[in-house]
Design a protein around this ligand. Sequence first.
Ligand SMILES: [Zn+2]
Length: 468
Amino acid sequence: MIGRPTKQDKEKFRARLDGGRMAPANGLRPEAKSLFQAHARLAFEPLSEIRRVQQDLLTRHLEYTLRHSPYYRGWVSELGLNLDKLWSAEDLSVLPLTDKRDLARHNQDFQAVSDEKVVDIVFSSGTSGIPTRVVYTERDLQRLAYNEHQSMAAAGVGAKDTVLLTCTMDRCFIAGLAYFLGLRSLGAAAVRNGHGTMAGHQEIIRRLSPSVLVGVPSFLLKLGRYLQADGVDPSAAGVRTLVCIGEPLRDRFMQPLPVTEQLQQLWAATVCSTYASSEIVTTFCECGQQCGGHLHPDLAILEIVDAQGCPLPVGEVGEVVVTPLAVEAMPLLRFRTGDLSMILDEPCPCGRNTIRLGPILARRDQMLKVRGTTLYPGAIAAALDQLPEVEEHYLEVASGQTLSDQVTVHVAVSGTENGAEKRIVEKLQTCLRVKLEVVVEPLSVIRAQVFSRNYRKPMRFLDRRKAE
Ligand SMILES: [Zn+2]
């Protein structure tokens, strides 16, 4: 029989709280809160202070990683590294890069803690289609909560907000959990509707009037149009901010893509982009100024590198390389994300003095060369998005002649197919300055390819180059 708690029970409970064994209401244990909030305002400090703190944190991260990670341990003798020196962000570039293949092939060796300390296991999308295991400790989840707290706060989200999450919390993804932990830390109310139906999301919007929506841009666009078709005006729904994941919002020159303008108009909301991955567990989130994702300087070192792994100057497009700081379970050094973008460093009106990450232009292995012109799949998709008749599409790439890729754009159109092919070819030529082959096919055929059960995400890029 369960009785009323005795005085001893209450004391035991209090002792557990004091010992930091139970999480307080804001989701951060006391020790983790002090650990990760020590530099919560660092982004607003002068650059010299940011560099000084980063040097200290990076030195500690290197020391921990090189001592505890079986994969990196060998580097100390192999590369003759001096563990006693202070490491600056510039010093880091002498170290080799780590890529997704390394992480997949030597997965267990990347784990720097015993299995008992692991509290969460996810899978990231691997290069060969086989998801790669990534593990986290309790401290890593506290770090994740702080990371997302900082990101959401930068996007203008606060304790008064009700936030509809349209991304999944389960299926071994980390993103949904990260948003939830960050929102909980902020004191905002999360509505975890995940991959619900359009009608389900509409009902939530009607009943709870969320002020913030988190989701994939193309999905939030569809959701807005769904509401419109049902006679509901999304711009009057009270949504103030859209935090967008998974697809870019801006082009190489930071100009909004058509989807961004459509979202702004439809929802009458500020549209912020956010970028992260399971491996780097650090988010680059735009502030309300919408001019690139701010780096959390106490959580990561950001580099953009060329094909040889050498750091590129600010503004040049290359591969995003991240060294996440203070990670416990699977610490990484110079992790190649495989994504192409650039660093922006013009002062941001929000007052943060950190560099920012531009839009993700493409996967490194999805960059196309067509008759001497470099093309990104995102630019082709952005051009197609300007044509309302295009319902769905994917790209098929094969090896062409004379170092040129053979790109075929498969498209489904609404209404009549008469002349559609010609119209789309012309539109692409105007936007991209190259002529691409366009094939119009029934919507069911295109959808079968894009939403194949073999992939975890919609697949709009079919690469036949490697198989040839
Ligand atoms: Zn800013």
